[in-house]
Ligand binder design. Structure first.
Ligand code: E4P
Length: 221
């Protein structure tokens, strides 16, 4: 399972990329607004310069008609053609816009997916990525992870190439469950990347080794 960072905060992307464990970034209008950015194009280009070459960056439309989604998608794509994946909502307009964008070789991450049926239709429309929102389903008392499992089972059964991005991740256990379910990617907030890595026994062990080494008087040069 690859890791995407679900953020528009440049410092977080820099830290994640420096660790060598970030394979892409997903943004959405809320994340861009929360990070205080005013210029989406500049942000996307800055992220592209930080990430490894051709790393996917999802850029979300806020338009509602097919024509506007296609126009926005083409404009976003031109910002960074090696990186930009157009994020479209899982609705009729999104499906139609996916087909239109595919004519120009522009890939789509279909977002706000909450059911396996939606994911089946998105795969038929030819999306590159589908993003089921685990956390938001859990929030309303549904089993988000079960939806991810159902999508993976259906895609495997019928040989769809669409990759599943476990999205709306709320805690590190979601990452383990998504990986065990066979999700191709998890897109996670930076805080969860830190939580995945952190373990008190690792910190304690590092401290202990440093202490013992200092006491030993040994050399390693
Ligand atoms: C990712 O593509 C989504 O925009 C994101 O995971 C949504 O997460 P949230 O439900 O925490 O807003």
């Amino acid at each position: 399972m690859r890791i995407f960072l679900d953020t528009a905060v440049i410092e977080e992307i820099k830290k994640g990329a420096a660790m060598g464990v970030v394979h892409g970034v997903t943004t959405n209008p809320t994340l861009v607004a929360r990070a205080g950015h005013k210029d989406y194009k500049a942000v996307v280009r800055e992220i592209a310069a930080i990430l490894p070459e051709a790393a996917p960056i999802s850029v979300e439309v806020v338009s509602e008609t097919v024509a506007d989604m296609v126009a926005d998608g083409k404009r976003f794509y031109a910002w960074a053609p090696d990186n930009v994946i157009v994020k479209l909502p899982t609705n009729a307009e999104g499906l139609q816009a996916t087909r239109e964008l595919a004519k120009d070789g522009i890939q789509v991450n279909m977002t706000l997916c909450f059911s396996a049926n939606q994911a089946l239709l998105a795969a038929h429309a030819g999306v590159t990525y589908i993003s089921p929102f685990l956390g938001r389903l859990d929030d309303i008392g549904h089993d988000g992870m079960q939806v991810v499992k159902d999508i993976i089972e259906i895609y495997d059964m019928y040989g769809f190439a669409t990759e599943v991005i476990a999205a709306s991740i709320r805690h590190p256990l979601h990452c383990i469950a998504a990986a065990k379910a066979g999700a191709h990617i998890a897109t996670i907030p930076f805080k969860i990347l830190e939580q995945m890595l952190k373990h008190p026994l690792t910190d304690k062990g590092i401290e202990q080794f440093a202490e013992d080494w200092a006491k030993s008087g040994a050399t390693n040069t």
